[in-house]
Design a protein around this ligand. Structure first.
Ligand code: ATP
Ligand code: MG
Length: 458
């Protein structure tokens, strides 16, 4: 009897959360249409004019309701990808796992997807329940069920300015609760990346993960290992560039989700010096993101892995290897280890190498080699990186500033700056020059001269 009553009560509770669709008026959701991308509005209007349903959906609606600036705008519609493409001059169908249309307006791309059908028997999954392919179209309501969190399943109609909400997402959003739609364990199994997304959204909204969605995280963390490395990289990049990177990493650690994400991050965060450096790097990244500036993924990953590279470099030097070749070897071994789990794109790793390899070249200022350095395409990033090292106390800040000024100067001023150097005492020999680097005793970038393997400049 009692169990029946409890069952009925729980059933009613569950029902009350999944019951029907709510239409939320402008006064209640508070979205100001002026903050909505006019291109996204255009896509909706064109589709609606042709008799289709079309809404702005996902992160943009979520962010607009809480007063954040959306990163991008997505549209959901009942028109098929072919039907969407036919309506726009610059539109292309993309994607394998699920086809969608990119409608292009100059710099802005409006990602337009067709309503999806719910997870079904016919869906192809791997041995762990992860969905491999799903290309079935569905109804509006079904599309909402397929989305991850209630706060991400909100649909904004720019024509009547209503938000359509099937899962009380607006209510959760006002309470800043990240709640999985459906059974959290099943949904995490279908796509383990959702665990990382839960953490990211909770941090970004300064909210919490609903207990039922949070509890399974620790036990299911290992499933992240089955996620393809390239997908993990994309998600990790989103996490690191969401404007709250350090908070996200700390939260991931607390929820036991950080293992295997960036394997060396564990080690680095546990090294006192390493943690400070990473905190600085992430802090700067967060500031850039929050003030609307772009962030370079290569710079960010170069910073995250620098101390590991530095450590290996030092070890190699102790074994008698020489300066720059040892640095290259250290970089290779760190990157090999990382990319096994997290596929850092090749275009990024080559930039990261350049940023790292230029570091020892900043130690001494010999005119001929300075001119050669100036020609390097990644000089600006490498000099920025040097600033970071200076801020972390591992490089002389006056010298770091000199390089920054040089990177910013025009050719004539550069020539004058380099010319001025001849009036300074020679660096690296005899008397200590005014701008000599503050050197860590064990740094491989400044090995004791009796090793005879100091990384040479140029
Ligand atoms: P942001 O763009 O700020 O990272 P977002 O919520 O827009 O956040 P996207 O990755 O752009 O995230 O996805 C757009 C929408 O697609 C989400 O809001 C959500 O509704 C749905 N979605 C994305 N990834 C998943 C997933 N793994 N499982 C279910 N739904 C998802
Ligand atoms: Mg988005």
């Amino acid at each position: 009897m009692i169990t029946d009553t409890i069952k009925r009560f729980v059933g009613q509770l569950f029902k009350s959360r999944t019951q029907g669709m709510q239409r939320i008026s402008r006064e209640k959701h508070g979205i100001d249409r002026r903050n909505v991308s006019r291109h996204a509005i255009k896509v909706c209007e064109v589709l609606q004019h042709e008799g289709y349903q079309a809404y702005i959906v996902g992160g943009a609606v979520r962010d607009l309701i809480v007063g954040l600036e959306p990163k991008d705008f997505d549209v959901a519609t009942n028109a098929t990808p072919e039907q969407v493409r036919a309506l726009f001059r610059r539109a292309r169908i993309i994607g394998r796992r699920f086809q969608l249309v990119h409608v292009v307006f100059g710099q802005e791309i409006i990602e337009t997807s067709t309503f999806r059908a719910p997870a079904s028997e016919s869906q192809e999954t791997d041995d762990h329940g992860r969905i491999l392919r799903d290309n079935e179209f569905g109804t509006h309501e079904q599309d909402a069920v397929r989305r991850d969190f209630t706060i991400n399943a909100l649909y904004y109609d720019p024509t009547n300015e209503e938000v359509i909400d099937f899962h009380q997402g607006v209510e959760d959003l006002k309470k800043r609760v990240v709640r999985m739609i459906g059974d959290p364990q099943t949904r995490y199994r279908e796509d383990p990346v959702r665990m990382l997304r839960a953490v990211r959204f909770a941090v970004k909204l300064n909210g919490t993960i609903h207990p039922a969605s949070k509890d399974p995280l620790k036990g299911m963390a290992d499933l992240i290992e089955n996620v393809p490395a390239s997908r993990l990289f994309d998600e990790m990049l989103k996490l690191l560039t969401c404007g709250h990177a350090m908070d996200c990493l700390q939260q991931l650690r607390q929820d036991g989700l950080h293992h295997g994400l960036l394997p060396l991050l564990d080690v680095v965060l546990e090294q006192p010096g390493g943690a400070a450096f990473i905190e600085l790097a992430l802090d700067r990244t967060d500031h850039r993101v929050r003030s609307g500036k772009t962030v370079s993924p290569s710079f960010l990953f170069a910073a995250l892995l620098w101390h590991q590279v530095d450590l290996r470099w030092r070890q190699l030097i102790q074994k008698g290897e020489t300066g720059i070749p040892a640095l290259m070897q250290a970089a290779d071994s760190v990157l090999d280890e990382q990319t096994e789990k997290l596929a850092i794109h090749k275009r990024f790793t080559s930039d990261m190498r350049e940023i790292w390899f230029m570091q020892p070249r900043f130690e001494k200022r010999l005119p001929k080699s300075i001119w050669r350095l100036i020609e390097q395409p990644r000089l600006r990033a490498a000099v920025d990186f040097l600033q970071l090292r200076a801020a972390a106390g591992e490089f002389d800040s006056v010298l770091a500033q000199w390089w920054m000024d040089l990177a910013n100067a025009d050719d004539a001023s550069r020539a004058a700056m380099i010319d001025d150097l001849s009036r300074l005492p020679r660096e690296g020999g005899g008397q200590a020059p005014r701008t000599r680097t503050r050197r860590r005793r064990t740094s491989p970038s400044t090995p004791p001269s009796d090793h005879g393997n100091a990384p040479t400049v140029g």
